[in-house]
Design a binder for this molecule. Structure first.
Ligand SMILES: C[S@@+](CC[C@H](N)C(=O)[O-])C[C@H]1O[C@@H](n2cnc3c(N)ncnc32)[C@H](O)[C@@H]1O
Length: 260
């Protein structure tokens, strides 16, 4: 970083990163964005020269730079958590199972705030010393045994052809999916389904669940992440020739409107 990181934001050790449950990553995010190059959001603007774009992309993605966005994403998580997003999940008042939790940063923050949360991953990428909490070594079949929990998926697929998120949805028999990341049409990627979950996953999610709430997340340049909550759609009911599903929601963003 061109400016010196204040001592209160140091993140050298796991203990420092845990920060007694405070959301240190969000504080680092705000500090880093405050000191970002003024043109950072134009990193993929073809009207800039190759050299300008390369310098901006390096600020974001250079893995040799411990303070690049990508290094921070590996140390913490792909999406940046904020208090509003954590509280939105906590207010669901449901136990959770997180699939592909990585090092479990979001999960740790939720657990610190009282959530009943299990996390699993294939555990081949993040070594134990990087993990914020216990991450069970498992695969999507574990979800068959946890239909009483909401399924949390945060950036599960590393590329479009990845089957992981779809496998999770196939095995999950519960009623609530919490999705963190990009969704169809909300991405700067050339892939309109975004960088988080595959097309096949999102189509199946849309066919079997309905989005009932949404929270905007802090975004690193190049991301268009949000937190969305999805409720399983019940059997359809015939309504004057149209097949409709009943979703028990009062959220004015989705159901009608409210003047309060
Ligand atoms: C892109 S990382 C996201 C990590 C974390 N959720 C985050 O948001 O930072 C995807 C994670 O999914 C895990 N994963 C991929 N395929 C898996 C599988 N079949 N079973 C369990 N975990 C898997 C990877 O090991 C990796 O930790």
């Amino acid at each position: 970083m061109s400016s010196i990181l204040p001592e209160r934001l140091l993140y050298n050790t796991l203990q420092q990163r845990k920060s007694n449950g405070e959301i240190l990553y969000y504080e680092i995010f705000k500090w880093k964005m405050k000191h970002a190059p003024g043109t950072i959001h134009r990193f993929c603007d073809s009207s800039l020269s190759d050299q300008e774009r390369q310098s901006l992309t390096s600020w974001m993605r250079n893995l040799d730079d411990r303070s690049s966005c990508q290094r921070l994403q590996i140390l913490f998580s792909f999406s940046v958590p904020c208090l509003h997003a954590l509280e939105h999940i906590l207010n669901l008042s449901t136990p959770i199972i997180s699939a592909g939790a990585g090092n479990g940063y979001w999960e740790f923050l939720l657990q610190e705030r009282g959530a009943d949360i299990l996390a699993f991953d294939q555990n081949t990428i993040y070594p134990p010393e990087m993990r914020y909490m216990e991450i069970m070594e498992s695969n999507p079949t574990i979800l068959c045994n946890h239909s009483e929990r909401a399924l949390l998926l945060s950036w599960p697929d590393h590329k479009e052809g990845c089957l992981f998120s779809l496998d999770c949805l196939r095995h999950y028999k519960g009623n609530t999916v919490i999705h963190i990341g990009e969704l169809f049409g909300e991405t700067l990627s050339t892939n309109p389904w975004g960088q988080t979950t595959s097309r096949d996953f999102q189509l199946r999610l849309g066919e079997t669940f309905r989005c009932v709430s949404r929270v905007q997340l802090p975004n690193w340049p190049g991301h268009m992440d949000s937190l969305t909550v999805w409720s399983r759609a019940p059997q359809p009911v015939e309504c004057y020739g149209a097949e409709m599903v009943f979703i028990n929601s009062t959220n004015p963003r989705y159901i009608g409107w409210s003047d309060t």
